[in-house]
Design a protein around this ligand. Structure first.
Ligand SMILES: Cc1cc2nc3c(=O)[nH]c(=O)nc-3n(C[C@H](O)[C@H](O)[C@H](O)COP(=O)(O)O)c2cc1C
Length: 168
């Protein structure tokens, strides 16, 4: 399998921590961890397999560093790439905008010729509404380190067992 680049944006460290845990669970695959605050367009161009992770801030806003990178992301040629998304949020305090940032990333990359993998069922989550949800499915792995940190490891394991074989 070709390497996988995990590109994440994290304001308080939670998304970075989960990105590191995902990388560890991908043992046997070459994984490159990149903080989007230090990323450049080439990082996106050279890797065929990408995992993009973001948290949500404000009310439904994309994490700051991702927000700053968004104009560049819009112009990157993603044709032929395989991309999975994960998002961190707070399904209790921000129940109406849970992991919206992941939804913003999804809206930015969809229709750009990449294959998006790793949708999961929204069953078992307690939020009211999410920009990252379509017809009962999240567009990537939704995680809540504020209230459901005890579920994160199993959610990551289940998600990786679904997506690992789908990378190039
Ligand atoms: C001021 C503030 C605003 C937030 N807004 C949202 C939100 O709109 N939706 C959501 O799901 N989570 C929201 N969160 C929760 C964060 O996304 C969550 O704590 C996440 O784990 C932070 O990850 P990070 O440390 O990688 O940035 C907010 C948290 C704070 C402190």
């Amino acid at each position: 399998m070709k390497p996988i680049a995990i590109i994440y944006g994290s304001s308080g460290g939670n998304t970075q921590d989960v990105a590191t845990r995902i990388a560890k669970r991908l043992a046997g695959t070459e994984v490159i961890l990149i903080d989007v605050s230090k990323a450049n367009v080439t990082d996106f161009e050279i890797y065929s397999n990408l995992i993009l992770g973001t948290s949500t801030w404000g009310v439904g806003d994309l994490q700051d560093d991702w927000d700053g990178f968004l104009p560049k992301l819009k112009n990157i040629n993603l044709a032929g790439k395989t991309i999975a998304l994960f998002g961190l949020g707070d399904s209790s305090s921000y129940s109406d905008s849970f992991v919206d940032g992941m939804g913003i990333l999804y809206e930015t990359i969809k229709g750009k010729g990449c294959k998006i993998i790793g949708y999961i069922s929204a069953e078992g989550y307690t939020h009211d509404s999410s920009r990252a949800e379509e017809a009962g499915m999240f567009v990537g792995l939704a995680l809540d380190e504020d209230n459901e940190y005890d579920k994160t490891d199993n959610r990551v394991i289940d998600w990786l067992s679904d997506i690992s074989s789908k990378f190039q």
